[in-house]
Ligand binder design. Structure first.
Ligand code: NAP
Length: 251
């Protein structure tokens, strides 16, 4: 690698995004830690800088194209043109179909699908100019179908199609696009699911671990490790793939 790469990780204030931002910084990249509220990015940015890395907190709503364009411009000015993008920002609005509102549907689509579209559209120009780029989209095992997640599973399956199309369109510019489909990862998102189901989080973790072949739930570092591989220099022939990181064929 000649120059230090600049990466943008969305939804990086906590959970998988925070773990991924820290890992990419440890790998030697300058990292834009992007989340809805700039102030909430401080913990991730501090962890990176305390470890000797370079990071920038950026507040943006990925579902809003103007907000994304302004954020990317700031990253270009303060860290350099981004050539690594991890579309990780996500929300859940779970409910059985008959109780799911149009707002539940639209808000999940807006963050996961329109969000990934907005950020990728804003960043791709820097990748194609550099004739090098790496895009990683966070899908989910829920893409295979999951009770109470008609909106989320549709969005996560949609991201897989989006990823494969990016791989086809951008490959000739040295840009790869891949998706990671995590199983159960211990974060605030799964804690919120446990709360909604009125199950103590520790019990929920234990029950889920029993369903997973490697007999444990995942941690943000498990996903960060896979992102690190997919955005590495040597992974240039891996594109359009969906990697299930779930402790088994699927969790
Ligand atoms: P998390 O702990 O809930 O973190 C998600 C982050 O995304 C939060 O910091 C959130 O900000 C941010 N975000 C939400 N809407 C946003 C928007 N419009 N613009 C910018 N940032 C936004 O979730 P996680 O568990 O780390 O999950 C990360 C990704 O992995 C998600 O795409 C999720 O669907 C996927 N995933 C997770 C699991 C799992 O088991 N945890 C499994 C499969 C896939 P606020 O805090 O301000 O809302």
């Amino acid at each position: 690698m000649t120059d230090t790469r600049t990466a943008i990780v969305t939804g990086a204030a906590r959970g998988i995004g925070a773990g991924t931002a820290q890992r990419l910084a440890a790998d030697g990249m300058k990292v834009a830690v992007l989340d809805l509220d700039e102030g909430s990015c401080a913990g991730t940015v501090d962890a990176i800088t305390e470890a000797g890395g370079t990071a920038l907190a950026v507040g943006a709503d990925v579902s809003d194209p103007a907000s994304v364009d302004a954020a990317v411009e700031r990253v270009v000015a303060e860290l350099g043109a981004p050539t690594v993008l991890v579309n990780n920002a996500g929300i859940i609005r779970d409910n059985l179909l008959f109780k799911m509102t149009v707002d539940d549907w639209d808000s999940v689509m807006a963050v996961h699908l329109r969000g990934a579209f907005n950020t990728t559209k804003a960043v791709q120009q820097h990748m194609t100019e550099a004739k090098w780029g790496r895009i990683v989209n966070l899908s989910s095992i829920s893409a295979l179908g999951n009770r109470g997640q008609a909106n989320y599973s549709a969005a996560k399956a949609g991201l897989q199609g989006f990823t494969k199309t990016l791989a086809i369109e951008l490959g000739k510019y040295g840009v790869t696009a891949n998706a990671i489909a995590p199983g159960f990862i211990q974060t605030d998102m799964t804690a919120a699911t446990a709360e909604r189901m009125k199950i103590p989080f520790d019990d929920f973790i234990k029950w889920n671990a029993e369903q997973i072949p490697v007999a444990r739930v995942g941690q943000p570092e498990d996903i960060a490790h896979t992102v690190s591989f997919l955005v590495s220099e040597g992974a240039g022939f891996v594109s359009g793939q969906v990697i299930y990181v779930a402790g088994g064929p699927k969790a």
